[in-house]
Design a protein around this ligand. Sequence first.
Ligand code: 2BA
Length: 109
Amino acid sequence: MKLIIAIVQDQDANRLLERLLDNGISATKLASTGGFLKVGSTTLLIGVEKNRVEEVLGHLRETCKARKQLVTPLAAVGRSISAFMPQPVEVKVGGATVFILDVERFEKI
Ligand code: 2BA
């Protein structure tokens, strides 16, 4: 068995969950926050048999879209005014960040 940990954007999460459930794939949804942008995201824990991993990746690819976000870096302190003017930087987020782990043992009690 494998545990797929998928960090996705909130906008894509419900559609992805519905799709997984329609295909008989269980998932747990956790609220998360990206360390860089400090923006809310959704982390899904998806436990599946090894032979269904590619199928799950297919659902992720078809559901999760990459989006661009503008980030304004924090202004420096203690320099001249011109050095304070923060320039927004474009960052591409997603579609999904995925970790696939081996599950040593799985029990439902
Ligand atoms: P965040 O950490 O908020 O990162 C959002 C996006 O900002 C990233 O998109 C990436 O394009 C950019 N970014 C992240 N760190 C950066 C840095 N030090 N300098 C410049 N740009 C940076 P994604 O790569 O698609 O990542 C989306 C979210 O997935 C991340 O949100 C984070 O929550 C998670 N993630 C990505 N890589 C991870 C990893 N190695 N371990 C754990 N979580 C990860």
